[in-house]
Design a protein around this ligand. Structure first.
Ligand SMILES: [Zn+2]
Length: 310
């Protein structure tokens, strides 16, 4: 029997009979801080009260730092709490002023002035002007104005190509590969684990795929409520189980901007694991494309956003 015909099972059996450790399987290189197998960022959109009340206590208990994509419309109701959260080491980032989902009626100039410049000014005033920030596309919608999909997204990219925006997160796609992150920082994949129901299964599968690929998971949350209410929400129980899973896996958990800085600062990323080609492969996480129309009522709409009360 030639070596090439020896099955993996027979190798395991032989190793066990000899009292040896099983042969090592191919693993992605450990390129993340502290030798972690993969990275994960927890992101919370829309400056919702339930995040302050129900998600942050569990993050703090576990010592995890997250990214909060704020809109001015919502953040101002509890601005002191968001400021305290930022002082505690969480990242606050730009999710526009009013969270517009339908952008076909906007010019790039109007969107840039009314939603991006103004929100950056708000964040500078209340959270410090000494840093570039990450951005999350409201509703995961990737186009401004009219025209074809690529034309509209190119218009959006031009608005975001500024020193104050380092990276932008969508709401679709699988685990991020570092080489792709460096190549296209305005198209980071995000995954909303409770988009289709209040279960931990999708999050666990996504995290395990990320570990297997040695990549970067970006989880997206909206409301975190005592009881699940609608698609996109997470119950406190499910949210906390997902966080527990993160602490149980060999992951580096850090805010989006911090992970991006780490990726960008590395001199050279190869695709992980080699020799996989550097391309976006089809995966179950790609079912929902960022270019889908605004989701309602399961997704985001200005009406839902404004249900917050002071
Ligand atoms: Zn949003």
């Amino acid at each position: 029997m030639t070596e090439s015909r020896i099955s993996r099972r027979s190798l395991f059996a032989a190793a066990a009979a000899l009292g040896l450790a099983p042969p090592a399987l191919a693993q992605p290189a450990r390129v993340w801080p502290n030798g972690a197998r993969a990275a994960v960022s927890l992101t919370y959109d829309d400056a919702l009260n339930s995040q302050l009340d129900n998600a942050v206590p569990e993050l703090d208990r576990l010592g995890l730092k997250a990214t909060f994509f704020l809109t001015e419309d919502n953040a101002h109701w509890r601005l002191a709490d968001w400021e305290a959260l930022a002082r505690d080491g969480h990242e606050v980032a730009n999710h526009t002023v009013t969270h517009p989902c339908a952008l076909s009626g906007y010019s790039a100039e109007r969107f840039e002035h009314s939603e991006i410049d103004r929100m950056e000014g708000y964040l500078d005033d209340h959270f410090g002007a000494d840093r570039a920030r990450t951005f999350a596309y409201p509703c995961g919608y990737l186009g401004i104005g009219r025209g074809g999909r690529h034309e509209r997204f190119a218009r959006y990219r031009r608005v975001l190509q500024r020193d104050s925006v380092v990276a932008a997160r969508t709401t679709a796609g699988g685990p991020n590969r570092p080489a792709e992150v460096v190549a296209d920082p305005l198209y980071l994949h995000g995954f909303e684990p409770t988009f289709e129901g209040d279960g931990v299964g999708p999050a666990i599968r996504y995290l395990h795929e990320t570990v297997a690929k040695g990549g970067w998971a970006i989880l997206v949350f909206h409301d975190v409520l005592p009881k699940w209410h609608a698609d996109g929400d997470a119950s406190v129980a499910t949210h906390n189980k997902i966080l527990a899973q993160i602490t149980a896996l060999d992951l580096w958990c850090a805010p989006m901007g911090q992970v991006f800085d780490y990726v960008e600062s590395r001199p050279r990323w190869s695709c992980i694991p080699p020799p996989s080609p550097c391309r976006i492969s089809a995966s179950p996480w790609s079912r929902r494309r960022s270019s889908d129309p605004p989701r309602s009522p399961s997704g985001w709409s200005p009406g839902r956003q404004r249900r917050i009360t002071p």
